[in-house]
Design a protein around this ligand. Sequence first.
Ligand code: FES
Ligand SMILES: [Fe+2]
Length: 372
Amino acid sequence: MAESRTTAKIFNYPRNAWYVAAWDYEVTRTPLARTIAGTPIALYRTQDGTPAALADACWHRLAPLSMGRVIGDDLQCPYHGIRYNSTGRCASMPAQETINPSATVPSYPVVDRYRYVWVWVGDPALADPALIPDMGQMTDPEWTGDGELIYADCNYQLVLDNLMDLTHEEFVHSSSIGQEELSESEFVTTHTDTTVTVERWMLGIDAPPFWLKNMRDKFPGFEGKVDRWQIIRFEAPSTIRIDVGVAKAGTGAREGDRSQGVNGYVMNTITPERDRTSHYFWSFQRNYCLDSQLITTQLRNGVHGVFGEDERMLKAQQAAIDANPDYEFYSLNIDTGGMWVRRILERMLEAEGLAPAVPPLRGSAQLVREVV
Ligand code: FES
Ligand SMILES: [Fe+2]
């Protein structure tokens, strides 16, 4: 098996990017504090429901604005009462008629989309909403589902690595979605300047427990072999949608007819908080039994259990990395997708002048292998 090594040290996160700051329902008329890519932010909604994102530190003495309250469309500092509008300009000062024109706090571009509130903490001139990653299955009426936010005690890249290589399911998730065919099957990795795709098909296999249950929700009493797929698609800097499912074996799912199967999309977007912590937003969307709240809840709870297994592994891995700061990771064929992700992130960091703290990947010749 081909091997190469890259440092275990974590590199920085791009700032010129849209990151999910919160689920839409988390941003209300009560301010929410959240640190996005190292930047503490206070989020709230104005009277017409528009989200606003201000730096979470008052111009006067840096009191956290997220501890304040929303009055009309303004956010009032909890300490001495300066009010800021949603662009960060001071709207009123205590005990003085004239407002010091320098009294402003940074405000950040913010967009409500796909049930999330996205913010851009980098250069605001570059914050084009068209750059928000595609998460269409979150709001498309042909799909339904729900998810959660995990506060992950690890660098965001460890979550990306985890999702770009699903052979870990065999070992980490053996009671739900794991099966040995995962690490035995071939996969194809392709990429563009901003995306990486890893596609794997397992034909004529037994469905693992999670998928057997879902098949029986749609096809009561189902027995027999299935064709299973996982199509992992990364979009820079940190969104990964995974098209997953199983269909009755030999009914043409691979060729495009998925009518005899069940299909889900695992929607993941990971926002770096700081170097060693991240906000991991996920949702499991499906396109069958759309009216069943029971299935929505069962799936969310099921995936919650599966991702709890990842959470424990990632936290333990981060602790081991911190204990071995100079160690260089080995990379196997299964890491090809993750290595392309790192390459794309390196390029983004270079473009921002944030030199990555890692040397170029060793053994990068293997990166040009499209088929592993
Ligand atoms: S710290 Fe905000 S008004 Fe004084
Ligand atoms: Fe996992």
